[in-house]
Ligand binder design. Structure first.
Ligand code: PMP
Length: 360
């Protein structure tokens, strides 16, 4: 289960305590407030900073070709052997290399829309066809329709769960049944960038299906809850024969400082829990304000909220930018829905004010 499900009790919403401020050392509030890229502004943690500083001299060495300690650590965390793991310089790299490894000229990738587009945009340039399946009326991935469209031409199915930009999580059993059926015919890529934020404890990681030997690649990132978006670090979990193929395409891609950062981040449980807790509090602050404004929003299991702004979000984004807040661009066809990331509590308060002034 994702880390969010580990949190117990209802958080009291408020500013950081003096002890939290001392321990987690948040950067001072700064405008413009960047709430457009689903980052975690509390990162990198103090322990990550120390690990990078302490290991700075390793910068003259090439990263490990074998027995990479971060790879071993991730394998242990996921309950698999290291030959299941592909380290990537941000999960975007994993999406790209998977796209071009499995879908060449004239092959097809099926994906929901809107979703996170990296794999499809990159594969398109290399000659793959993309079969877009619109989200259903509840703004969920339309698994039935995707399953129907799988043909001999389909080399990959891209599934983003929780989905970006909606933040919605598909029911566990639906996803499992879907993967069981579809992965017999084609590769399923399960983008779980927001896995740690999942609150539904019944959601199984698709790593379970990898362990059962299915044609499933699971993608994770350290850009979100671990707060390392700028360090560029992610990983994929796949059957060893699949992981081997992907590893051949990413030789020496993750730099040694990122590896040290990743090792420290995965061990820093206090920061991990702190990040989840603050994310939850920030999301509640955003949602409470939207409730007051009478605006609908989707139930998010991620570090952002997708809400019905009821106006052209391109125009709204310009108005918000003038007030010092950067929000997400529109996600067609939902051009009047807006995605906003959970920043720090101060940033969210600033966003709420700016939104109220703009819409009020
Ligand atoms: N997948 C999804 C669904 C995302 O939303 C993002 C980042 N916005 C990524 C992948 C890429 O993350 P990164 O490359 O930083 O790991």
């Amino acid at each position: 289960i994702g880390g969010m499900a580990m949190l117990t009790g209802t958080a009291s919403i408020g500013k950081l305590t003096a002890a939290e401020t001392k321990k987690f050392n948040p950067r001072p509030f700064n405008s413009p407030v960047r709430l457009g890229s689903n980052e975690n502004p509390y990162g990198p943690s103090a322990l990550v900073r120390k690990a990078m500083q302490d290991n700075f001299d390793l910068g003259c060495r090439y990263p490990w070709a074998f027995n990479n300690p971060l790879r071993d650590m991730i394998a242990e965390k996921e309950g698999v052997t290291p030959d299941h793991i592909v380290l990537v310089a941000g999960s975007t790299e994993g999406l790209k290399i998977t796209g071009i490894t499995y879908a060449g000229i004239g092959d097809e990738i099926i994906s929901g829309l809107p979703t996170f587009l990296s794999m499809m945009e990159y594969a398109k340039v290399w000659g793959a066809d993309i079969n877009w399946v619109p989200l259903d009326k509840d703004m969920n991935y339309d698994l039935q329709e995707i399953e129907k469209r799988v043909s001999a031409k389909t080399k990959l199915v891209f599934l983003c769960n929780p989905n970006n930009p909606t933040g919605k999580l598909l029911p566990a059993n639906d996803v499992k049944d879907f993967c069981n059926a579809v992965s017999q015919k084609t590769m399923v890529f399960s983008d779980e960038a927001y896995y740690d934020y999942i609150e539904d404890s019944s959601y199984p990681s698709m790593v379970e299906l990898v362990k059962q030997g299915e044609n499933v690649i699971v993608s994770r990132t350290l850009s979100k809850v671990y707060g390392l978006a700028g360090i560029r670090l992610g990983y994929m979990v796949a059957r060893p024969d699949i992981a081997k193929k992907l590893n051949e395409r990413v030789v020496a891609n993750t730099n040694i400082m990122a590896i040290e950062a990743g090792k420290a981040a995965l061990q820093d449980q206090d920061f991990y829990k702190f990040s989840l807790q603050k994310n939850l509090e920030a999301r509640k602050l955003i949602e409470a304000n939207l409730d007051q404004l009478g605006l609908d929003y989707l139930p998010s299991q991620a570090n952002f909220v997708f809400f019905h702004a009821k106006q052209d979000v391109k125009v709204l984004a310009e108005k918000m930018q003038a007030k010092g807040v950067i929000i997400g661009r529109p996600f067609p066809p939902y051009n009047d829905w807006c995605r906003v990331s959970t920043g720090t509590l101060e940033e969210v308060a600033f966003f709420n004010n700016a939104l109220n002034e703009t819409l009020g």
